[in-house]
Design a protein around this ligand. Structure first.
Ligand SMILES: C[S@@+](CC[C@H](N)C(=O)[O-])C[C@H]1O[C@@H](n2cnc3c(N)ncnc32)[C@H](O)[C@@H]1O
Length: 406
């Protein structure tokens, strides 16, 4: 059955044709009276063209720059993943039929996606994802990728926070310095988990600080004072100097935490030295989720250029991309002892990649193309990282040594 809009459009074309060529009976057929009849119809014809869903209309819509998304289509795009996957299994005819059905005009469509989308926070770490099993299954796209349980992004992010903070003896007396806090979700979460006396956070991005402040204002964290600032982790001493109220009376932090952020600092080795200086000697704890190299840095000229360019694009100073041995050395030289490093990349990169892949299928039509393609690239990059084993994603825990100076 032809869609109603197509019929309306055809009706308009017919009306226009008749009015142009059928001579009027009541008045002599002059050019002026013809034009009077013609103009409202021509206008209707034009409007009809702009809203109709026909190939000719599409061409005209493009010409007039009117191809912004139809709200119905935005909702329908959610289902496009379903169409694509059915085309391979059930044949092209069925896929075409489904596509035609989905493209029909609807009364409500799926615009109510707006009412159902839930923003559960602004979490932003790579997450710790639960595997279903270690066995390789045929269902996996990459065939070498273990399958992961369907988890919400925020649950995987919270799992990473627990992994980093577990066993650190955070108590109601603790004062945590949280470096690179994102949008503050991890601070609220740590407050709920451990009720430390105070969390002081720094981030380099004012817009994230703004979102975090908003979250803190809206969320009660009884027993914990959360203080957030815009500051560069690479300039920790300058931050503390200009904010003396953070550590009054020569106090020091009980914990320095940095989740999925330290590889950005210029440089991380310098940050570790500064972090060590502001921790209580003998008891202060450092805990980080971080990234380091799992393979040697390329030695060829071209290889080195590509290496620098890739990490440069990710805003990661190439000097931070160190081997496990050099990483341990940096920690030791900064004055840390009891250093524990666990490599967990097999529960991070492929888990996040699978999640993004699913998310693109579910929400593809709801996001701007720029965002869509950014995450598509990230997803492919993470699958590649998982296969190539270039990077370690590590959880580091260490204690500040007894020395006061380092
Ligand atoms: C991948 S995000 C992780 C955010 C947060 N930890 C979370 O889990 O939601 C990395 C964060 O590090 C912050 N960051 C990067 N370089 C920084 C620097 N030099 N000083 C402070 N924060 C920095 C970024 O603003 C960003 O919020």
């Amino acid at each position: 059955m032809a869609p109603p809009r197509f019929l309306a459009f055809s009706g308009l074309v017919l009306a226009l044709t008749v009015s142009t060529f059928y001579p009027a009976h009541s008045s002599p057929s002059t050019m002026g009276s013809r034009l009077q009849t013609l103009s409202p119809l021509a206008l209707g014809f034009l409007l009809g063209l702009l809203v109709a869903e026909t190939p000719l209309a599409s061409a005209l819509q493009q010409l007039f720059g009117l191809t912004t998304r139809n709200p119905d289509k935005v909702g329908l795009d959610i289902l496009h993943g379903g169409i694509n996957s059915s085309s391979s299994s059930s044949g092209d005819d069925l896929a075409d039929k489904k596509k035609a059905e989905l493209n029909q005009r609807t009364m409500y469509g799926l615009q109510h996606a707006f009412l159902n989308l839930e923003v559960t926070g602004w979490w932003f770490n790579m997450g710790l994802w639960d595997k279903v099993s270690d066995e390789k299954t045929l269902m996996d796209k990459e065939k070498t990728t273990p399958r992961f349980k369907a988890m919400r992004f925020q649950d995987a992010c919270q799992a990473l926070v627990r992994k980093v903070t577990d066993g650190l003896d955070i108590s109601p007396k603790s004062h945590i310095l949280d470096v690179g806090f994102g949008c503050g979700d991890q601070d609220v979460y740590m407050a709920q988990l451990y009720q430390p006396a105070q969390i002081t956070g720094i981030t380099i991005e004012p817009i994230q600080h703004h979102a975090a402040e908003d979250l803190i204002r809206r969320t009660a964290t009884p027993g914990t004072k959360i203080d957030l600032h815009v500051a560069d982790a690479s300039a920790l001493p300058a931050f503390l100097e200009s904010n003396p109220e953070v550590l009054p009376n020569n106090q020091l932090f009980s914990h320095v935490i940095s989740i999925d952020s330290a590889y950005h600092y210029r440089t991380r080795a310098q940050f570790l030295k500064n972090a060590s200086k502001v921790l209580q000697p003998g008891i202060g704890r450092l805990a980080m989720a971080d990234m380091i190299l799992a393979k040697p840095v390329p030695t060829s000229f071209l290889g080195r250029k590509v290496f620098d360019a890739v990490f440069g694009a990710m805003e990661v100073p190439a000097v931070n991309m160190k081997s496990l041995e050099d990483y341990k050395k940096d920690l030791t030289e900064a004055g840390f002892v009891d250093i524990e490093i666990e490599c967990i990349e097999d529960r991070v990169f492929p888990g996040l990649a699978s999640f993004i892949e699913n998310q693109l299928g579910r929400l593809g039509g709801l996001v701007k193309p720029g965002v869509h393609w950014t995450y598509w690239g990230l997803c492919k990059g993470l699958f590649w990282l998982d296969r190539s084993k270039w990077l370690h994603f590590v959880v580091v825990k260490a204690r500040k040594g007894n020395s006061l100076s380092s």
